[in-house]
Design a protein around this ligand. Structure first.
Ligand SMILES: Cc1cn([C@H]2C[C@H](O)[C@@H](COP(=O)(O)OP(=O)(O)OP(=O)(O)O)O2)c(=O)[nH]c1=O
Length: 223
């Protein structure tokens, strides 16, 4: 947290207070964001949605034996939704989980310089997948989930590039040890699929899930 891959100051302040006003429309129903990720809050803000409250889930994110990375992202998003929805009634609730995968291997979040170095060496010059599971609970208690995958191709990285990126600290707490929304954009040769999905929330799909379940978007405001 606290690096320049985080979000605008207004939203960051809002998270620390725990409760923010819904800016999407005066008539919008309550929406809880079950995530501690400032990036997710900023992404929702980008499409005109400011959650009524931010209430992160605290769950064990360990993969099950033989669980594929894509399945892991879906399961964790669902578990986050289930854990937090028990505390909120009559509201929409959104949760997500982002997993970076090289083949069948999920890389997890980089917490140390050693993690970051290992992950970047693995990603160097290859194509990997970023899976984000998203779950939505409606005010009636219905749970809707989907998982979106984006392919990301890194340029081959030399030792100096890896060292310089580690010094930036932007990898801290990020799945796979990088943040595409920051300096790492200069290392990404190509992506196939949703960009926002890599940052932490596939906006097109999230908008469709919300709209399809009765949450009004900016496109629904009568002019
Ligand atoms: C690959 C990538 C990940 N990330 C971030 C998004 C997520 O915050 C994080 C993946 O961890 P998650 O477990 O998905 O999310 P989180 O722990 O930050 O928040 P919460 O569980 O409360 O929802 O990595 C980026 O910001 N940029 C990137 O390019």
């Amino acid at each position: 947290m606290g690096d320049r891959t985080d979000l605008p100051k207004t939203a960051a302040l809002a998270v620390s207070r725990g409760t923010i006003t819904n800016l999407s429309s005066p008539k919008s129903p309550p929406l809880i964001l079950a995530s501690a990720s400032p990036r997710r809050l900023a992404l929702l803000e980008q499409i005109g949605i400011a959650p009524t409250a931010v209430d992160p889930a605290d769950i064990d994110e360990t993969a099950l034996k033989n669980e594929l990375p894509r399945d892991l992202a879906g399961r964790l998003a669902r578990q986050k939704a289930e854990a937090v929805s028990a505390r909120h009634q009559c509201a929409f609730l959104l949760s997500a989980d982002t997993v970076v995968a090289v083949g069948r291997r999920a890389l997890g979040k980089a917490e140390t310089e050693e993690d970051a170095g290992k992950f970047l060496s693995l990603l160097s010059g290859r194509r990997h997948q970023v899976h984000t599971g998203v779950s939505l609970v409606t005010p009636a208690g219905k749970l809707v989930s989907r998982t979106v995958s984006t392919a990301v191709i890194f340029k081959p990285l030399d030792d100096a590039e890896i060292k310089a990126y580690i010094a930036s600290n932007e990898w801290r707490g990020k799945a796979g040890g990088y943040a595409i929304q920051g300096l790492a954009a200069a290392l990404v040769r190509k992506i196939q699929g949703s960009y926002s999905n890599v940052v932490g929330l596939p906006l097109f799909e999230v908008a469709n899930m919300l709209k399809g379940n009765g949450f009004p978007l900016w496109t629904d405001i009568k002019r």
